[in-house]
Design a binder for this molecule. Structure first.
Ligand code: BGC
Length: 733
């Protein structure tokens, strides 16, 4: 490393070594344990210590944690709240803990972590943005980066310095309850969005992102959360590693570890994955952090150790730096015993503490100014964040069906029937991880509903009738001529983690009933889906006139939805994930390894394919230019012209896929390798250049070397195909 080029790096490393040399074993161990103060108080852990604490800011409680146990990091879980949950309450609590920490011998600053996974989603009055899956549907890394930067600034104004985001697990099974939190099924699209999230969030330099959950969390054996995955090294490298590689390339400072087992070994004890893959191969330099109580679960659930101390020892020795122990403060004592018994070597301990301290120095925590409470209060939920949230919703909303161009609707329609309880719900707009773990309370959210937004966009003469449930609708006894159109807003109960796992991908019964009743009226139905992930939609597709997927668009999403429904905006989102026809097709991913043959039943035939999404205009592609050959190690430029051949302005996502004609190993049917969002006025064209790097042209060979194998590759852009060959020789890496 050239020290002159990295003077601060060298300075920080020297500071770390100096501090490390002054620390006792116990002080070092405290740095490696992350505690959840609200849970500690709620679960009455104080009784373990024969004490009774009055609350999270009881000085005795803080002394116990900070002075006796030398705890170096706090987290606040999805359901935790400080005081009245306001910006002032959070910022002043963090300020008080920070101040209390000044009583400790070495005054090593604390880290404070929280799940701000779609905005400052734990605070009333904050802007709630759409969830990750919709970010991927925008195919817009620039806007995503802006969003992450804004959330990062809001969070650090409050005093936080780790955000447990982004979730970048590649979601390969739509039964999984966390699909809406993911960036979809494709490793390339997920990487581009993941990179933008990390870059934006960490841009001010005082907040650490946390890429999660390394690795294999999004493709469990049966699609259920925290369930074991059997994934070959090839699948891990090709499908699951890329978003993490990109996050690392963008300098992500912390990494949360998947608690489930992958190939028979729980990841928190997998030296192969935590040290071999993550550190040695992917060159991750930051802090590895367990997920919630997952170290404890090595003993209580996985049974890969015979006691609790061994779970601490094994995970630590495998490469886990920080244990999200939640309430298990005693982990510090057990680890201390383990060091004394020689079960953990001091070298490994020093390495973990080095990673933690270096991150604290990089974030500037040693010279951080006290939290400015009024600044914190004005940032959260400001106009700038609302504008970004609205734009993200606009660019993500994906039109999946539009029979006879029923959409956009006329604002001058005479009468519109609106059905479905979630049309009038704010908490369904925001979904999981909002002012709580699984769901916000309706009264705690202050935003427009879809019903409000439609009422305010249509003409004063348009009459709107609303029926929340099938019973209410049936009681209206409508006849088809009563209404021009029925907008049916269909949702699912907001959920977090395993609560949302779905075995059969069915709509919830009440939602199915209101949709059925809406269809039975004989009025053409425009279904607005506020469901966070693909469910079974074949029947829906056959029975509705239009289907608009708005994801879980957040507090500004109702306005975006109305603008698209009534033509003030043109939909441009494209699917980041496939819709299977039904559950038996799962896993249903566009880039599975598949035979290019009609004889064998491994074709990809979903209801809606990855990358799909309609517009109110039409785009045509022409003049695909691909050089005939490229030399190993060189970039390849692909040029294509896209024209808006319809009547309205609109955005198109130009998508470039590669398909190997032949390779030495089985390859995906096609793989996304580049994309670009272009805005076009009617009749105008743009010539787009997409650059492919040697890495884009490489594959994992039989021995899993990443090589630019010589071969001929098809380039697919929309309906155009061309080919090129790779020439020259390569070295294996
Ligand atoms: C989730 C993580 C989250 C953590 C802390 C866990 O249950 O799996 O994604 O960051 O809780 O709230």
């Amino acid at each position: 490393m050239n020290n002159q080029k990295h003077p601060t790096k060298q300075k920080h490393e020297l500071q770390v070594e100096e501090l490390l040399s002054e620390m006792t074993i116990r002080e070092k161990l405290g740095q490696c344990v992350m505690i959840e103060p609200c849970f500690c108080v709620a679960e009455r852990v104080s009784e373990q210590f024969g004490e009774s604490y009055t609350g999270t800011d009881d000085p005795e409680f803080l002394s116990m944690l900070l002075e006796k146990y030398h705890i170096g990091a706090f987290l606040f879980g999805g359901a935790s709240q400080i005081g009245d949950g306001s910006a002032e309450a959070w910022a002043s609590y963090i300020g008080r803990v920070t101040q209390h920490n000044q009583k400790t011998r070495l005054k090593i600053p604390m880290m404070y972590g929280i799940d701000a996974v779609h905005g400052v989603n734990f605070m009333k009055g904050s802007t709630i943005y759409t969830h990750n899956l919709a970010l991927a549907a925008t195919w817009n890394p620039t806007l995503t980066e802006q969003y992450a930067k804004t959330v990062g600034a809001e969070l650090s104004a409050l005093g936080f310095n780790i955000n447990f985001a982004p979730t970048i697990d590649t979601a390969r099974d739509v039964r999984w309850g966390r699909v809406y939190e993911s960036l979809g099924e494709d490793p390339f699209l997920a990487s581009q969005i993941a990179g933008a999230l990390v870059k934006g969030m960490q841009s001010a330099g005082n907040l650490a992102g946390c890429a999660k959950h390394f690795i294999g969390y999004g493709e469990s054996r049966n699609g259920m959360d925290r369930t074991q995955a059997d994934l070959s090294d090839r699948v891990l490298l090709e499908m699951h590693a890329p978003p993490f590689e990109k996050a690392i390339e963008e300098g992500v400072l912390t990494m949360m570890v998947n608690g489930a087992d992958v190939n028979g070994v729980p990841v928190p004890v997998s030296k192969k994955l935590l040290t071999g893959l993550l550190r040695d191969k992917l060159n991750f330099q930051g802090i590895t952090l367990s997920d919630w109580e997952d170290v404890e679960r090595l003993y209580s659930r996985h049974k890969v150790v015979t006691n609790r101390k061994e779970s601490l020892v094994r995970s630590f020795n495998a490469g886990l730096d920080m244990n999200m122990a939640v309430c298990n403060i005693g982990a510090v004592d057990s680890m201390e015993e383990a060091v004394q018994e020689g079960l953990i070597c001091e070298q490994r301990l020093d390495q973990a503490v080095r990673n933690i301290l270096l991150t604290k120095f990089k974030l500037g925590l040693f010279d951080a100014k006290p939290v400015n409470i009024s600044d914190a209060a004005t940032r959260v939920g400001n106009a700038e964040s609302k504008a970004i949230a609205k734009q993200l919703a606009l660019e993500s909303i994906t039109l999946l069906k539009n029979e006879n161009e029923i959409l956009p609707l006329s604002k001058r329609s005479q009468s519109i029937l609106i059905t479905g309880q979630s049309a009038a719900s704010k908490r369904h707009l925001c979904a999981g991880w909002t002012l709580g773990w699984a769901s916000a309370k309706e009264e705690d959210l202050d935003c427009e509903t879809v019903l409000d937004a439609i009422k305010s966009i249509v003409s004063a003469d348009t009459s709107i009738t609303f029926a929340a449930t099938a019973e209410e609708l049936k009681a209206l006894k409508v006849s088809p001529s009563d209404f021009d159109v029925c907008i049916s807003v269909i949702s699912e109960e907001p959920h977090a983690e395993w609560v949302g796992d779905s075995m059969d991908l069915s709509l919830e019964q009440a939602e199915q009933d209101i949709l059925q009743a809406s269809i039975d009226t004989g009025i053409p139905v425009v279904m607005v889906s506020m469901i966070g992930r693909p469910l079974k939609m074949t029947w829906v597709d056959e029975n509705v006139a239009a289907l608009l997927w708005i994801y879980s668009p957040g507090t500004e999403g109702a306005a975006s939805t109305a603008e698209i429904l009534f033509g003030d905006a043109n939909p441009s989102g494209k699917l980041p994930i496939s819709f299977p026809k039904d559950g038996s097709q799962v896993p249903c991913v566009y880039n599975a390894r598949s035979y290019q043959s009609d004889e064998i039943w491994t074709r990809y035939e979903p209801l809606y394919e990855f990358g799909f999404g309609l517009s109110y205009t039409h785009f045509t592609y022409s003049n695909l230019r691909v050089p005939n050959r490229v030399k190993v190690g060189e970039n390849l430029e692909v040029i294509v012209t896209v024209t808006n051949s319809g009547q309205r302005a609109g955005d198109e996502i130009v998508q470039l896929y590669l398909r190997d004609q032949f390779a030495t190993v089985s390859r995906p049917l096609k793989s996304l390798k580049a994309f670009s969002r272009v805005s076009l006025e009617p009749g105008s064209s743009e010539t787009v250049t997409l650059t492919l790097t040697p890495a884009d042209l490489s594959l994992y060979d039989e021995e899993l070397n990443f090589v630019e194998e010589k071969r001929t590759i098809d380039v697919l852009v929309e309906n155009l195909v061309s080919e090129f060959s790779i020439e020259g020789s390569y070295t294996k890496s």
